[in-house]
Each structure stands twice: as structure tokens, then as C-alpha cells.
Design a protein around this ligand. Structure first.
Ligand SMILES: [Zn+2]
Length: 587
């Protein structure tokens, strides 16, 4: 009888309101570096009386713990919803923290873990991100750049030849599948967030710039240790992975604002494509929606501004270069296969783009002038773009390029008695698999369907790419026995089973219904072509990310924390621990 009453009253309690409980940011089970700044926010589902609101942190009024009270918003966004926001707070003491919020009728609690670090172990940290780099890309890069006979590879990739390795889970706060924004944000802040968001928890307000922020590794390393910061990519510099090192917005597409946030953060080295959003709208090729000239602003702030490989090398060689902005293309830069061999993509328009290894070499020259050390993020970002476009050869060549950049950094670190933590990781996976080879010799009869030339098991054998050059690149990809890397996620497209020698693949074009895509007719007359029905919604015009764990390898001081199965937020923790960020003196 007593039990039945208890159940009945619980039902009354639950049905008392159809509204959900409060939302609290940072979210439940958040892990927070001691001393790192964050914004605290409570979203009430309806209007509440501020006099009745009670917020405690481990039982003590939050204003006492955080040193001040927050701002109460009666009607957030003009709606019947109240909110409480307190910006820029920090928790100094490690341990479990319970936050309880009550509005007089409803209550909610979350538990955070505040963690400490040991003493500083590493002078510098270099975080390499192969955007969307799948295990298939790694294996293909090894096959092409090292060669293989009788099942044994002739060498190891630098990205694999590291003492520590872990599998990293990549899910975001809103979905099992991340994009590059919340994936990179997890590495840069140690907090989970939602697709498209970086450096913030994605809140409910209309503005993508007012969301509760979490501090980035770039801010922490600079604020607490006086370290130099470098951000190097071959995508647009405004793209999600590089931007997540400093930016705070839940809208990754906000390129103009991201450039403004770069200027406010002033990373010592900033390099990639994406000059279009640095130029005022009146300038030729500008994509800005205002008249601000950020190239001039950076120059006036003491930056050497370079646009070509030779300018980059000259600036890096100058002994007084401490700040460097490199913008080598209007949009994304071009990948290794186009720059070095095929001359497709944007190479004719921007013929003097540096290689990622040139960018890393220059970044190391400039950043290592800082006595207090540096944090450098290097992204080989087109692996992901090409994987989206089902352009496997270009994705593999840019994996080889990443490997060259990692080898360069490891040799650099060895020459300085290993004072540098080096991490190499993908941000999310692509559902790509190496299933065999495509073998033009397998059929002697013409007009045999191309799929009959896909060699599997013993018929796959070994590919016959020419021996790699000194940088690990075979001089051609259109060989008669080539790797068959297939994606498990497909838009409608014409499958040619052939590398695209003119330009990067464009599997789809805009469809007839608004917001949809259809197969690109460009490839429909390639001999043997097959029209493949996609397995994705028609509004998706490319292959998509997948949710499998990614591989993290590491070397140098602090790398021993990299092992087993890890969460992507723990990558931040490895960096924070190597730098002793919680124990560091500083404001
Ligand atoms: Zn992607």
C-alpha cells in the first residue's frame, strides 16, 4: 500500500509539468581543467521568479564559489523562458563538483569532475590532425610510400612508428557522429559539444555567438605559460579544425567572425588557404560581407604576411620573424597529387603554394624562438575533403604528406633531446575500406563490367604503382592494378573505378528538387561506368563521416598517457598534463 502511494505521487510529480528540467552548462559529467575559464549557464524551460532561484555548487551558493553572481535574463530571446548566465568563471580545486539548480518547483543537478595536472613535462606540443583520416588511408599511404612484398611492408609510416597508440571515441554531445567542429573542439577544450560548434556549448538562443564558452588550449597555453601558438592547415584557415583552436561559436560557417576571433586571439603563426575572408568586400575575390581588411590589420599588428612558398621561406629565414600569417589560396589549398603531379584543382591559379612540410618547417623556425615553448596544431585537412568526394587517390597522397610532416617534426624533436610532445590523430572517421585492387588486366575481353575487375582475396594481389620518389609519392596513380578503396556511404553517382586525372572528383551536382543532389553527368560516358544508387538522403551530395573510433599515436614527454581506449576529450587532458597547465602559475 505504501509502495503504491509512492508510485502514485511520483506520477503526480512528473505530470505536474510537461516541461523538461533546466539545462545546465557545462553539461553533466563534464571534465574541467582546474583553473580553466568557462561560462556557466542555466536555461529554465519557462519563466521563473529570480527570487525563488537557488543555485549551489557543492552545497554553497554559486555566487560565493564563482566570486560573483550571474546575470538573470527574464525572457531569453523574448520568449517565455528565463536564463542565468555567468561568464568567465573557474574552479581551482580538483574533485567532484555537484551543481544543483532549483526554481522553487523544479530542480536539476549535474556533476562535474575538476582535474589537476602534474608538473610540466613538455616544453612544446605539436598536435597533428589528419582530418577524416581512416585506417584505410593509413594502410594505403603505407603501401604506396613504402612498398610491400610477400605481405611484408618495406617500412613504417612515421605516423605509425610512435611508441604510444590508442583508439579514440569521437561522439559529440548531440550525436554519435561528429563533424570537424565539435571533434576538434573536444581536442582543443576537453569538452564535448554539438555538430557545427567549437569552444562553446550550443545553447538555445538564436545568436550563434553568445553560447556558453569553454577555454581553448591556445588560450590556456598563452595565458598561463606565455607559450607561442601556431595553427597550420591546408584547408581554408577559417575551416572548423584550425578555427576550433581559438574560436567560440556554434556556427562553424561564420567565417568573417572567425577571422575576427583569430585577430583577437593573435596566434603567432597562422597558415593555410582562405584569403577570401581576410579581404574587404570591395577587393577582387573577397568573400567578406564588410569592409575590414584583415591582411592589413595583421600586418599592422606586426605580422609578416606571405602568400607564396618563396615568401614563406624568406620570412621563416629572417631572424626577427616572430609573427607570421600565410594565406596561400583564396579557398582551400591544393593537395599533394595536384600540386606535385597532375596540376589540377586550383594549382594553375595558385602555382606557388607550399607543401604542408614547408609550412611545418617554417612554423617550427618561428615558434621555437619563444623561450616559453609553443603549442602547434597542424592539419592535413584535405584527406577529409577528398574522402567526401570519393577521391581516394588524392586522400591517400595527402595522408603521405601528413606522414612527411610528422617525420619532419619528429626529427626536429630528436635533435632537441625530445622536449616536445607529438600527437597524431584523426578527428573523425570516414567509412572507407580497402577491399582489394582494381585490376585492368583481369579481363582480356572488352566490355566486361568494371566490377568484374575488382580483385578480392588472392585476386587482389599487390598494386603496381611505380616506386615512390624521395618524398614517398609514386609518380602515377593510373596504373593497371590500383587500390580499391570504397566508401560505405554514397550519394547517387557514376562509378568509374578510375582515378580522376584532370581535377578532384565531383560525384554530384545540384539536383532538380531544391536542396537535393544528383549524379554528375560529367562521368556518364566513361567506358564501363556504373550508375550507383546512393544509400544517403538526396540532400546529401557526398560521402559522409562515420562514427568508428580513430587512431591516436604519440611520442615525447607526456605521451605515456596515450594508451588503450580513450575519449576525444582525453586528448586535451594529455596535452594539459604534459604542459602542467593546472599547476602553472598565471592569472
Ligand atoms: Zn568532413
Amino acid at each position: 500500500m505504501v509502495k503504491r502511494f509512492a508510485v502514485a505521487s511520483l506520477i503526480v510529480l512528473l505530470s505536474g509539468s510537461s516541461l523538461p528540467a533546466q539545462t545546465i552548462y557545462p553539461i553533466d559529467r563534464a571534465e574541467i581543467l582546474a583553473g580553466a575559464h568557462f561560462d556557466f549557464k542555466v536555461e529554465f524551460p519557462d519563466l521563473v521568479d529570480p527570487a525563488k532561484v537557488r543555485v549551489t555548487v557543492n552545497g554553497t551558493d554559486y555566487a560565493t564559489v564563482f566570486g560573483q553572481g550571474g546575470t538573470f535574463v527574464d525572457r531569453e530571446d523574448g520568449r517565455d523562458q528565463s536564463a542565468l548566465m555567468q561568464r568567465d568563471v573557474a574552479l581551482a580545486k580538483p574533485g567532484s563538483v555537484t551543481v544543483e539548480v532549483s526554481d522553487g518547483t523544479r530542480s536539476r543537478s549535474v556533476v562535474w569532475t575538476v582535474y589537476d595536472t602534474g608538473a610540466r613535462k613538455a616544453k612544446n606540443v605539436i598536435l597533428f590532425i589528419g582530418d577524416g583520416m581512416s585506417p584505410a588511408h593509413r594502410v594505403a599511404a603505407r603501401l604506396l610510400s613504402k612498398g610491400i612484398a610477400e605481405g611484408k611492408s618495406f617500412g613504417k609510416l612515421a605516423i605509425d612508428d610512435m611508441p604510444q597508440m590508442a583508439l579514440v571515441a569521437t561522439a559529440g554531445s548531440d550525436s554519435i557522429i561528429t563533424d570537424s567542429a565539435n571533434a576538434a573542439s573536444a581536442y582543443a577544450t576537453g569538452h564535448k559539444t554539438a555538430v557545427n560548434a567549437m569552444g562553446v556549448y550550443a545553447d538555445r538562443t538564436a545568436s550563434p555567438f553568445d553560447d556558453p564558452r569553454v577555454e581553448t588550449i591556445a588560450s590556456l597555453a598563452k595565458r598561463r605559460l606565455g607559450m607561442a601558438i601556431g595553427i597550420v592547415t591546408n584547408t581554408e584557415i577559417e575551416d572548423a579544425t584550425p578555427a576550433a583552436m581559438v574560436a567560440h561559436t556554434r556556427r562553424r560557417a561564420a567565417y568573417d567572425e572567425i577571422v575576427a576571433q583569430y585577430f583577437a586571439a593573435k596566434p603567432d603563426v597562422l597558415m593555410g588557404g582562405g584569403s577570401a575572408n581576410f579581404l574587404p568586400q570591395a577587393a577582387a575575390g573577397s568573400k567578406r560581407k564588410d569592409d575590414v581588411d584583415y591582411v592589413t590589420r595583421f600586418r599592422d599588428a606586426g605580422y609578416q604576411v606571405v602568400m607564396t612558398k618563396s615568401e614563406l621561406e624568406a620570412a621563416a629565414a629572417k631572424s626577427d620573424t616572430r609573427k607570421l600569417l600565410g594565406l596561400f589560396a583564396a579557398g582551400n589549398m591544393d593537395g599533394a597529387l595536384d600540386r606535385k603531379f597532375l596540376k589540377g584543382g586550383g594549382v594553375k591559379k595558385f602555382p606557388e603554394q607550399p607543401d604542408l612540410t614547408d609550412q611545418v618547417s617554417a612554423a617550427l623556425d618561428v615558434l621555437s624562438k619563444n623561450e616559453a615553448g609553443f603549442f602547434l596544431m597542424v592539419e592535413s585537412g584535405l584527406i577529409d575533403k577528398y574522402a567526401h568526394l570519393l577521391d581516394m587517390e588524392r586522400a591517400v597522397y595527402d595522408t603521405i604528406m601528413l606522414d612527411n610532416a610528422v617525420r619532419l617534426a619528429r626529427d626536429w624533436a630528436r635533435a632537441r633531446s625530445e622536449d616536445t610532445l607529438i600527437l597524431v590523430v584523426a578527428d573523425h572517421n570516414h567509412p572507407n575500406s580497402l577491399v582489394g585492387t582494381i585490376n585492368d588486366d583481369m579481363s582480356t575481353t572488352p566490355n566486361v563490367p568494371l566490377r568484374e575487375r575488382v580483385g578480392v582475396y588472392e585476386k587482389a594481389g599487390f598494386p603496381n604503382y611505380p616506386a615512390p620518389d624521395a618524398e614517398g609519392y609514386p609518380s602515377r596513380v593510373d596504373v593497371s592494378r590500383r587500390l580499391a578503396i570504397f566508401s560505405a556511404s554514397l550519394p547517387d553517382h557514376y562509378e568509374t573505378f578510375r582515378p580522376k586525372l584532370d581535377n578532384p572528383n565531383e560525384p554530384t551536382v545540384t539536383g532538380d528538387a531544391p536542396g537535393t543532389y544528383k549524379a554528375n553527368d560529367k562521368y556518364k560516358d566513361v567506358p564501363g561506368v556504373v550508375l550507383r544508387s546512393g544509400n544517403l538522403p538526396a540532400m546529401i551530395g557526398a560521402s559522409v563521416h562515420s562514427g568508428e573510433d580513430v587512431i591516436l599515436t604519440a611520442a615525447g614527454p607526456g605521451s605515456e598517457r596515450v594508451h588503450g581506449s580513450m575519449d576525444n576529450t582525453e586528448v586535451f587532458r594529455v596535452i594539459a598534463d604534459a604542459l602542467g597547465l593546472a599547476t602553472a602559475a598565471g592569472p
